[in-house]
Ligand binder design. Structure first.
Ligand SMILES: [Zn+2]
Ligand SMILES: [Zn+2]
Length: 465
């Protein structure tokens, strides 16, 4: 792991010149168009080929198998960024295998090789090793996204996973790859059948199986391709890795890839308050239940040392006077603000609906609830965005939830007085409980690991002199 005295500012060659802006825009279109196409297909098929059950199976299977890749294959097995017990390891290995990217050992070996040689000869999927110019850029993108998948395996892959071979549980999970593949398809088909009858078997297999596999592949491979092309580079990482907000969201935190290459053994990739890192939240949730420990996160000092410009995330790469600006992107804090406003608006609408329903107000519920609740929620989103602490968002949502619960409870025995006091008391207690839990959580590293030889190998051996 990178520590303050081993981080040496790498030379900054003409990195910006490696891939042209035109190539970058085309790669972005290639990545985003299938996603838009899928949304369009889902809307078009709504009602007969796609329903709430299929949407649930798609999102549920996406979430479970993506977590198997991000939390399991990547952060646990490749980088050992936290520790857990054998049962959790086995389940994560099975879920990750259901994504059908590769059996566990091969996936881990290829990815460790990527870190060792990142964007240099030997990197299995760098977009930058195909020469300069427009066509070379496109070839590089294609190779990094999917082309590498069809390249012959390097002969030394076993060398990278000697530690995993020691584990009986992981050897078994690895050898059962084809069972996990079949289960990953059979599960959504069976659930679809239970919930919707025979037609549900086919739509469940289609949306929870095939479409879900396409989505998980496209998104996780975009971390290899887009996140080495598109985004910001706040940290010195000796390669072309980027923090990319879109894939930060879609890939459950993995898109903050520059931070990951700077701190490979960190369990947290979205290191800033406005970088949502769902995989890290899951690891923290595991730790609440005693299922994760030794969670590694770089200290504030190590992060400050590794920054390219010694200050906040830069969108303009001021590291060299006269350097070309980085690819212009919407400032991530702005995106986070919009995200919160939407979330706030949605919860505002829902809250009003619930409360009005409880009070039995029926006139114009929906038509009034949308602008009023949405407006209040959006204002709350702006307010929370200015506060800059996501825990505040959770706190306010908890107050909403508590208030709604209080309103429901208050409706039962005591009439209008009971409703209002139930609303107030429920909101207050809900907020208090969440605040007590959230603010007792340490925000810093759980444990700063001393650098060791093993860490250095897992980190790709890139932190040495
Ligand atoms: Zn990478
Ligand atoms: Zn990695």
């Amino acid at each position: 792991m990178a520590t303050s005295d081993t981080i040496v500012p790498p030379p900054l060659p003409d990195e910006q010149e490696r891939i042209s802006s035109a190539t970058k825009f085309i790669t972005l279109a290639v990545i985003l168009l299938p996603l838009f196409g899928l949304v369009a297909a889902a809307l078009f098929l709504w009602g007969w080929g796609f329903s709430w059950v299929d949407l649930g199976l798609l999102m549920g299977m996406y979430f479970l198998t993506a977590v198997g890749i991000t939390v399991g294959f990547h952060r646990l097995f490749v980088h050992r960024s936290f520790e857990t017990n054998s049962t959790v390891k086995f389940i994560l290995a099975a879920l990750g295998s259901m994504a059908i990217e590769a059996p566990l050992f091969k996936w881990v070996a290829v990815h460790r090789r990527h870190h060792q040689h990142s964007d240099k000869p030997g990197d299995p999927h760098s977009p930058h090793m195909h020469g300069k110019g427009f066509l070379a850029g496109l070839r590089g993108y294609w190779h990094s996204h999917i082309g590498w998948f069809f390249s012959p395996d390097p002969s030394d892959l076993d060398h990278y996973v000697k530690d995993l071979h020691q584990s009986h549980v992981l050897r078994v999970a690895n050898s059962l790859f084809f069972l996990w593949v079949v289960l990953g398809l059979a599960l959504p088909a069976a659930l679809g059948g239970i919930l919707k009858g025979w037609p549900g078997v086919w739509t469940g297999l289609l949306w929870g199986g095939l479409v879900r596999i396409f989505l998980v592949h496209h998104v996780t491979w975009s971390v290899n391709s887009a996140c080495h092309i598109w985004g910001t580079r706040p940290f010195r990482s000796n390669d072309e890795s980027r923090n990319n907000f879109v894939f930060g969201i879609l890939a459950l935190g993995e898109g903050f890839h520059n931070a990951h290459h700077a701190f490979p053994t960190s369990a947290r990739h979205g290191l800033r308050w406005w970088q949502p890192d769902v995989s890290y939240y899951i690891i923290r949730l595991f730790s609440v239940f005693g299922l994760a420990w030794s969670i590694k996160v770089p200290s504030a000092e190590a992060q400050a040392q590794a920054r390219r410009n010694g200050s906040d995330v830069s969108l303009t790469s001021p590291e060299a006077p006269g350097a070309r600006p980085d690819v212009p992107v919407l400032p991530a804090p702005g995106l986070m603000l919009i995200f919160w406003m939407l979330l706030g608006a949605a919860s505002g609408i829902n809250l009003l609906q619930i409360v009005w329903h409880v009070f039995g107000w029926e006139v114009g519920e929906i038509s009034i609830a949308v602008p009023v609740g949405g407006g209040i929620g959006a204002l709350a989103g702006i307010f929370l965005g200015l506060i800059r602490d996501p825990r505040m968002l959770v706190l306010v949502l908890a107050v909403f939830a508590g208030a709604a619960a209080g309103a429901v409870a208050g409706r039962l025995p005591w009439g209008p007085v009971g409703e209002i006091s139930g609303l107030a008391i429920g909101g207050f207690l809900g907020g208090l409980a969440w605040a007590a839990w959230l603010f007792s959580e340490p925000d810093g590293p759980d444990r700063v690991e001393p650098p060791s030889a093993t860490d250095d190998i897992l980190a790709g051996g890139r932190t040495g002199p």
